[in-house]
Design a protein around this ligand. Sequence first.
Ligand SMILES: [Zn+2]
Length: 492
Amino acid sequence: MKKILFVLVFGVVALGAVLVTNVVRLPAPPAAAGEAEAITIDAEQAASRLARSVRLATISYASGAPIDTVAFRAFHALVATEFPRLHATLQRELVGGLSLLYTWRGSDSSQAPVVLMGHMDVVPVPAANLAEWTHPPFGGVIADGYVWGRGTLDDKTTVLATLEAVERLIESGYVPPRTVYLMFGHDEENGGRFGARAIVDTLVARGVRPALVVDEGGFLASGVIPGVEGRAAIVGIAEKGYVSFRLTASANGGHSSMPPSRTAVGALSRAVMALEANPFPASIDGPTRGMLEAMAPSASFGQRVALANLWLTASVVERAMLGSPLGAALLRTTTAPTMLEAGVKDNVLPPVAEAIVNFRIRPGETHESVLARVREIVNDSLISVDYMDSVRVNPSPVSSVDSPAYALVASTIRSLVPAEQLPVLPYLVMGGTDAKYWGAHTDKAFRFLPVPLGDGDQARIHGVNERIRVEDYGVAVGFFTRLLRGIDQLPD
Ligand SMILES: [Zn+2]
């Protein structure tokens, strides 16, 4: 008995020692960056140019719908008139119809180039929401310290802030040490299949192998990451894949007074419920593991113990994360039934019932493996499962956080808030960005825009009252300016 007790006590003490050692071994929280070389930006002037771009309704309607080419051409013209030095210095090409590719020749063309991306198109505003907007979504109004309107978060801020940075740098006499490409897509909100894809294909065909690619996707999260008090910069290092399947149930139609034991609607309902009851496996690995490990030094002591000892605590942390839709989406391929259709009249049995289910695929799985699993779960002779359309996007490769490219992005972010100990966390982007087209060609694509987003702000993206603070817009311009000044630190 004594022996057992001794072993137990010894075990607990040893375990405690390991847990604490792992906490002590954590790197120190990031040091404040300290005062960097000041960059003066006239945020008011810059914001007025952003506001003018918001007034151009460069809308991506549903895939395949006609494009308002007039609005996009007006956007192209705005770039030329508002950024005259850039227009005179950079080479401009139209690719994929309406997308823009600018080439800023560097002094040493033998060095790997840098690619800065953004998209000009925005999502439409449903008429039903119009009354909820404080200022018209395409009014480009500046009021109460904000620029209001569609595109101010997604993604005209990226495009215009990049242009501002390049214009000011040219004005100051700066010549980039390596070539810089600016690529602005026109159909990101429809998957970028004509814009960004064509530009990436064009550049790859010219032999371009970037040292760094930066696109939208991450942001300055304030108070939205459990465990991190204050702000954290989250930098997208990978994005989930995307696929939708159509479940078609077929059964005998006819009079509803004598229904068969199995109907199309009943079979379809059972299948949808089975998919929800059997979610995809969750696990802490890949970019999400990297995110948790990077969070550890800045977390509270209790969380630090958990995050520094994931070898032991993974299942507890996993269970906690699965409690929220955001946490769950970081851990697994998600299952979302989005459309249902059956029947024309209450007393007629429909011969066919259909459901659309959308999946966001985590790294490590593919749209083929998701299809196979869905068929296995549904497993009903009345039901067929097929791709809804030609859109089938596999998860992107995971970019390396051990690269000088990531280090440059992280140090540039920290230099924006010199007084703060800002954690920079790699993360898995749950939506899609145009950066996915670089996936096959580089592991140095990062997704970030230094805009602070709090709890309520994320709903403004694609939602009502999208807006950006004038001051924050100035910070975004500063980010691209510092980033471009730092590209000499990248390896050849
Ligand atoms: Zn976007």
